[in-house]
Design a protein around this ligand. Structure first.
Ligand code: 26V
Length: 825
């Protein structure tokens, strides 16, 4: 078809998937939606036209899924999360609908490359890190495993900030993913709810007795739904991600406007809209601000009102809610939902308290994602009471009942009661959101085996005693569609060539490549794929940072949020030590290495910012030193996000998972790397422990203190001084950093960072250094034997199937939700 051939609209059948039909569909969109002829279309126009076509293919299936669920009366899972780090959606939809070939071919006819066009889609960064990305993997896996699922969250106008590095330091820039419109979302005006804040509560009397509580909020805001399809594997099911946007009830105060107060007329709508304007860019350290609590309540209340309305429409009777809906609380961020559901059931729908409590606790499940005390949410009572007076009353009533139960039936003493109370009486009286989520749920889960055991021993020790059957483990997983097929089509192709395509439908079958770890020809091909992915990353590094890295070197990668417990500092110190040792002993047999870092620091987290600065300062000096030229490079890739991860994960030889044991709840980057054939150097923390069990001790590189050993050292007030004094390699490295070698322009920049190690070493960096250094040297030796290295890499890919989020979701569905295929309707 030439560029100017008139379009025969009768041929626009969106269900046809041959390249001719897809080409016609794309030209149809280009012509009638975008208003461009092929010869004048820019890349963005092609992106938009292609997205609209793929979206049409999604629509039929989306409707069909909705109809099927409605007809079957199946139980639905509602996943409430403040964060959904979904990234780009086009490739995901194309892959899951099996449209890769026809779309690629159709675009090629116009000289357009799909890969190039895909890159223009903004990366939807509606989350901070692991917790948000897990929610996105879970949405995809629910659709892929046939679980009827709704995701509920917030449609932030500005997602996670863009990171630039300026003179070595992190600079935050606003991210505006919606400015060019978002073809994936559908505004649903018919799903709009009122959300109240503030005001007061009055008791209504009937026949002289107190009958009901009525909350009269002082402020009201509207929550408007925006729906995005979540396409499952082979398009068999399409679920919905429903994100709420805040709007003022009165968009403009006309009285004020007419009196000439043009700014005052918009104050209210500005205030309302500010609720969903920005994602809090912190994943530790209690935010503490009122706006954050407003966000939490806003999306919780909107979601619950929507769930109730849809339940009544489908099933008539609210008293069967727990039979037809499971609500999963993704961390404590939506925990206020426990009080809000009680309010809606009791105050609005007139259900008696005891029955409402039964319904509530049977409906909710709660997932804990961190044990870090500073990340556990607790709100000052005065703030909570002012913003949510009725919910505060409800929390007091729940608390009184729990305490009565603990004291009377379990004989809890005062200390135990203080520990389980929903109110922290120290700390200026606060509402503990973890406790609220726990008591309001029938199941509470951790995200790895170790994390779950630690939950029982630490934060929820007393609640676990009170409800010993409530805590379960559900180890995290990642979706193999995005994290293998889409990000690594080369490896997917190689595996398909070796064992056929059945593993695409059942990832467990990927284990069939395990014996090929001993097949020299296969291992060589596997290594060639890795090489190709390393070349792609090297090209990106060259283009973005003008640093040349050699794909023959070990690509040693640590990408994740910057946090002290994740110990990027340990990795940087090792890089400095290596630099120092290579310079002193250039004759030794060093394996060439490229140390790659990426990750964002919470803007208010000073130590994390310093660590970024140090990585960049070290990179500057090391990369310009001719003595170590081919042996060591250090690279900090700015603006780590899902799209960057898709390029980085397949390119790693070595994955750094080196958190202080006991502190990383699970980790999911560890899984993405290993699935793509990286070897892991890591501590016995989070899911690393289970990865070791699956992959085998000889194929993973574990070092350092265990969680109980860390706890023991902390009790002994461990410090780094004697360790540093006894280890010249460590001592020299710390001295180099502290002396200002890497930052002559500000020589005292890292004094504080290093003196902390001498005086305290809270994160066990000194304690673990020697074991880490030795393990790295062991890896140097192994890298010199490529056949052995890549054979282990094959074992990694072959044995990671259990860490698919399909497995996680099936466990949740069976043990917590009683939903999905196999559940009785
Ligand atoms: C906490 C807070 C505290 C208040 C300020 C805003 C904010 C935002 C997020 C969080 C939650 C952080 C918890 C988290 O991301 N945990 C990670 O969850 C991953 C998925 O389970 C897991 O793999 C990581 O190990 C864990 O750190």
């Amino acid at each position: 078809m030439s560029a100017t051939t008139p379009l025969d609209t009768s041929k626009l059948d969106p269900r046809k998937t041959d390249p001719d039909a897809v080409a016609r569909q794309i030209i149809g969109k280009l012509t009638y939606q975008i208003g461009k002829r092929p010869d004048e279309a820019r890349k963005y126009d092609w992106l938009r036209a292609t997205t609209l076509v793929v979206r049409d293919h999604v629509m039929d299936r989306w409707f069909a899924s909705g109809d099927r669920i409605a007809e079957s009366g199946a139980k639905e899972v509602c996943y409430l999360s403040m964060e959904f780090l979904i990234g780009r959606l086009l490739r995901d939809a194309i892959n899951n609908l099996g449209l890769s070939k026809p779309v690629t071919e159709a675009l090629a006819r116009y000289g357009v490359q799909l890969d190039m066009v895909e890159l223009l889609e903004p990366d939807a960064a509606l989350g901070n890190g692991g917790l948000g990305r897990l929610a996105a993997c879970f949405m995809e896996s629910m659709a892929s495993t046939g679980v009827p699922g709704y995701g509920y969250g917030i449609r932030y106008v500005h997602g996670f900030f863009r990171q630039e590095i300026s003179e070595g330091a992190q600079v935050e820039l606003p991210e505006s993913w919606l400015v060019h419109g978002n073809p994936w979302e559908f505004e649903r005006r018919d799903a709009t709810y009122e959300i109240g804040f503030g005001g007061h509560v009055t008791t209504v009397h009937e026949s002289g007795k107190p009958a009901r509580q009525v909350w009269r909020p002082a402020e009201r805001v509207l929550a408007v739904a925006y729906d995005t399809p979540m396409v499952g594997w082979r398009g068999a099911q399409v679920n919905t991600l429903r994100l709420w946007s805040a709007q003022a009830v009165d968009p403009i105060l006309l009285d004020a406007f007419n009196e000439g107060d043009h700014i005052g007329a918009l104050v209210e709508s500005n205030k309302a809209e500010s609720i969903t304007r920005v994602l809090y860019p912190a994943d530790s350290h209690q935010a503490g601000q009122e706006l954050r609590l407003r966000q939490e309540y806003f999306f919780s209340s909107a979601s619950l009102q929507d769930i109730i309305k849809r339940h009544i429409a489908r099933h008539g009777d609210l008293k069967t809610l727990h039979e037809k809906v499971a609500i999963q609380l993704n961390d404590t961020h939506p925990a206020v939902s426990v009080a809000e559901l009680m309010r809606l059931l009791v105050d609005i729908h007139g259900i008696a308290w005891a029955e409402a409590w039964q319904i509530t606790s049977k409906t909710f499940g709660y997932t804990n994602h961190t044990l870090l005390p500073e990340a556990l949410e607790h709100w000052p009572i005065h703030l909570f009471e002012r913003l949510l007076p009725r919910q505060m009353q409800i929390i007091y009533t729940i608390n009184a009942e729990i305490i009565r139960h603990a004291a009377q039936e379990k004989g809890f003493n005062d200390a135990q009661i203080a520990a389980i109370s929903l109110i922290d009486e120290g700390n200026g009286r606060r509402v503990r959101m973890g406790q609220l989520a726990f008591v309001g749920s029938h199941a509470v889960n951790g995200v790895s085996a170790l994390h779950t055991e630690l939950m029982k021993e630490t934060v929820f020790h007393n609640l676990h005693e009170l409800y010993p059957d409530r805590i379960q483990n559900k180890t995290n997983g990642v979706t193999p569609r995005r994290w293998l097929m889409e990000c690594n089509p080369e490896l997917t192709g190689l595996v398909t060539e070796a064992i056929g395509p059945a593993f695409l439908d059942d990832i467990e079958k990927i284990s069939e490549i395990d014996p090929l770890a001993d097949d020299a020809a296969f291992v060589e091909k596997f290594a060639a794929v890795k090489r190709k992915k390393k070349e792609a990353l090297a090209a990106l590094i060259s283009e973005r940072l003008a640093i040349q890295v050699d794909p023959n070197a070990i690509f040693d990668i640590q990408v994740k949020r910057i946090h002290e417990y994740k110990r990027q500092l340990l990795n940087i110190i090792e890089a400095v030590a290596l630099y120092d040792q290579i310079r002193s002993h250039p004759e030794k047999n060093w394996a060439p290495r490229v140390k790659i870092f990426a990750g964002k620091a919470a803007p208010s987290y000073a130590q994390a910012r310093e660590i970024i600065n140090l990585a960049n300062d070290v990179a500057r000096l090391v990369n310009s030193d001719p003595v170590v030229r081919d042996l060591l490079k250090v690279v900090f890739i700015p603006n780590y996000n899902v799209s960057a991860a898709e390029i980085i994960m397949p390119a790693a030889d070595l994955s750094e998972q080196i958190s202080t044991a006991g502190l990383e709840a699970s980790g999911t980057g560890n899984m993405k790397f290993a699935l793509n054939g990286a070897l892991t150097i890591g501590t016995l923390d989070g899911a690393n422990v289970e990865m070791k069990d699956h992959i085998g001790d000889e194929n993973i590189f574990i070092f350092g203190l265990t969680a109980p050993e860390v706890a023991q050292r902390r009790r002994e007030a461990h410090s780094g001084r004697s360790i540093i004094e006894a280890n010249p390699i460590l001592r020299e490295a710390l001295h180099a950093i502290s002396s200002g070698l890497f930052c002559p322009e500000a020589p005292s920049r890292y004094h504080g960072l290093i003196s902390n190690l001498y005086n305290n070493d809270w994160w066990m960096i000194c304690a673990d250094f020697e074991a880490y250094w030795n393990k790295q040297r062991e890896l140097d030796q192994l890298f010199a034997k490529p056949r052995e290295w890549h054979s282990k890499a094959v074992h990694n890919t072959a044995r990671m199937a259990w860490f698919s989020s399909d497995r996680s979701i099936r466990e949740y569905a069976k043990d917590i939700w009683q939903a999905g295929p196999g559940a009785v309707a």
